[in-house]
Design a protein around this ligand. Sequence first.
Ligand code: PRP
Ligand code: ZN
Ligand code: MG
Length: 226
Amino acid sequence: VPAARDRLRIAIQKSGRLSDPARALLASCGLSWRESRDKLFCYGETLPVDLLLVRDDDIPGLLADGVCDYGIVGRNVLDEQAALRAAEGKPQVSKEVRALGFGGCRLDVAIPEAWDWEGPQHLQGLRIATSYPGLLGRWLAEQGVEASVVVLSGSVEIAPRLGQADVVCDLVSSGATLTANQLRPVATIMRSEAVLAGPLQPFADIRGELAQMLLRRLDGVLRLRD
Ligand code: PRP
Ligand code: ZN
Ligand code: MG
């Protein structure tokens, strides 16, 4: 049983696409922090709600370990962890609590511009570079396609030019990265946006009331933004 805590801790991306909108969203819920933009930890002032500034990819693990209570992270990152856990027969540990309406992107398969595409069967026997082996592996299985998945933690888009892979499966937002690398998207594996990730079960301590208040405020802010 995790130790009772009397403050909520929310993990957000330290620097990247989601960090400013995540902070702005929490600020419009009435939260404020002792200013420490470059630090790992921001101590909540108006409410006992602290921030941990981390790499987005670390957020599901921090939730799983109970280090953080909530996280603002791309659905792609959250669902990737869920897919890996499922593949390993491990139980789920966190879930999507709210979709937040920013950071929209797709997880797409992209192939060299000059190639034809007649559907997923085209991928049979190819090498696919991705940072999302869980989601890609599940999709390939659904399509009945056997391919080899080359797992890279970054710079996936250059893998075909380096000869590391034939095609890629990566996030697409504006599409500029694919275009710059002479790749074109041919299949969408998932649609993503920033989400609030949280626990499967309600908290048994004071964090339960804090969480309820935060979610009420968040719902108010999200309704106004619609
Ligand atoms: C994603 C993806 C591409 C880029 C695509 O990385 O891996 O590099 O965004 O965006 P575009 O279509 O607008 O060019 P991102 O920087 O979001 O995350 P990462 O740093 O975790 O790879
Ligand atoms: Zn990342
Ligand atoms: Mg990137």
